[in-house]
Design a protein around this ligand. Structure first.
Ligand code: NAP
Ligand code: 3JN
Length: 346
């Protein structure tokens, strides 16, 4: 009998890394050895997995000797520096950063949409951006049944998408404002950008840095990644990404145009009722619709407010909500690892 899987989690102390461990545990992911990696700062720290204590180690190239699957969520520069080192040593990397997402030879995978792309990997598999993932899970069944030619999305994103420090900033600012105390905004909207704004009791229409075309990098990720995952370079996609003072759970107001004019909102709801990874919560009479507070800790994508556009017979509006740290990051990565196992690719 061969040995069981050796798994490494890079960025194990972070917001995504912590959910990675929780998800591996909840899914009872079969592994023989687990290595938890971070920067020098957290090396020596202890984390618990299935009741056992693990000592976090600094991530270096040699950390990946004997590793079969390496789950990376420590930022793009860490992936750039270490993912190929892991692959060189025989690991398959599932990378949560944008470092390799648009590389032609790197599959960008959401199992409900394009699991088959896993057959064509060269050692690295990219996990899409959280906002992209929840949108494509909800739209893929519609694309398959009725065709899809346009998406216009506005996001309402939680601060945990920007990491543990951002969540702390939201809590600290909220407390300071409620107690009439002064505070300094230091992280939002982007830690490395020039200006920082209050996030508590605010809405910031900037996620990640601005590009020359006026869109932010987060918006461009949604646009480009959606086309790649759906294998539709011609799909028209536009996005406006906004940060809200919510700890966890991203929401999206999505307008789509499909290829047919004879489809009803009921047809779309019937599709979504049985779609993999989707839970339909749509009953205006009972004020039933998805909300981020209800989605926290859940692996599904919740969809509601499905309605036909009043002017365009092929236009529809939807409201899509999911836990950005789970389906948006950790769960999608672990799901990819489960798919690799099921397809005998690891
Ligand atoms: P976070 O809470 O700030 O955690 C960052 C993690 O990276 C920590 O474990 C940190 O370790 C580790 N790290 C930082 N520098 C490192 C280095 N030089 N070598 C090794 N480890 C290092 O951030 P997060 O929210 O978990 O996000 C981490 C990354 O995941 C993001 O930068 C992004 O690329 C990706 N992400 C993707 C999605 C998605 O949409 N799929 C969503 C969120 C995040 P220490 O404890 O030692 O600092
Ligand atoms: O802000 C969010 O809600 C999602 C952010 C994701 C993120 C944060 C820092 C760096 C990413 C990502 O996954 O796209 C990155 C990155 O570019 O790797």
């Amino acid at each position: 009998m061969g040995r069981g899987l050796h798994v490494a989690v890079v960025g194990a102390t972070g917001a995504v890394g912590q959910q990675m461990l929780k998800t591996l545990e909840e899914r009872n992911f079969e592994l023989d050895k687990l290595i938890l990696l971070s920067s020098k700062r957290s090396a020596g720290k202890q984390l618990t997995y299935k009741g056992e204590k693990y000592t976090v180690q600094e991530a270096v190239p040699e950390s990946f000797e004997g590793v079969d699957i390496a789950l990376f969520s420590a930022g793009g520069s860490v992936s750039q520096a270490l993912a190929h080192e892991a692959v060189k040593r025989g690991a398959i990397v599932i990378d949560n950063t944008s470092a390799f997402r648009m590389d032609q030879n790197t599959p960008l995978v959401v199992p409900e949409v394009n699991e088959a792309d896993l057959h064509h990997h060269n050692g690295i598999i990219a996990n899409p951006n959280c906002s992209t993932i929840q949108m494509v899970v909800a739209l893929e069944p519609i694309r398959k049944a009725f065709g899809l030619n346009k998406i216009i999305v506005s996001t309402y994103q939680a601060v945990s998408g920007a990491g543990n420090e951002a969540v702390k900033e939201l809590y600290d600012q909220t407390e300071a404002i409620l107690n009439n105390k002064p505070f300094d905004a230091q992280i939002m909207p982007v830690k490395s950008d020039e200006k920082h704004y209050q996030i508590a009791f605010n809405a910031i229409p900037q996620i990640d840095k601005f590009q020359e075309n006026g869109f932010t990098f987060e918006e461009m990720k949604m646009i480009n990644e959606t086309k790649k995952i759906m294998h539709m370079p011609e799909l028209q996609v536009s996005a406006t990404c906004v940060r809200l003072p919510i700890a966890t759970g991203h929401s999206e107001a999505v307008y789509i145009e499909i290829d047919r004019h004879d489809v009803t909102a009921e047809d779309i709801k019937n599709l979504l009722k049985d779609a993999p990874g989707v839970i339909l919560q749509d009953n205006p009479a009972e004020q039933l619709y998805p909300m981020p507070a209800d989605a926290v800790g859940k692996r599904d994508v919740f969809v509601g407010r499905v309605r036909k556009d009043l002017d365009r017979p092929n236009g529809f509006h939807l409201w899509i909500v999911s836990d950005n740290l789970l389906k948006g990051a950790a769960w999608n990565s672990v799901q990819v690892a489960e798919s690799l196992k099921a397809l005998n690719l690891v």
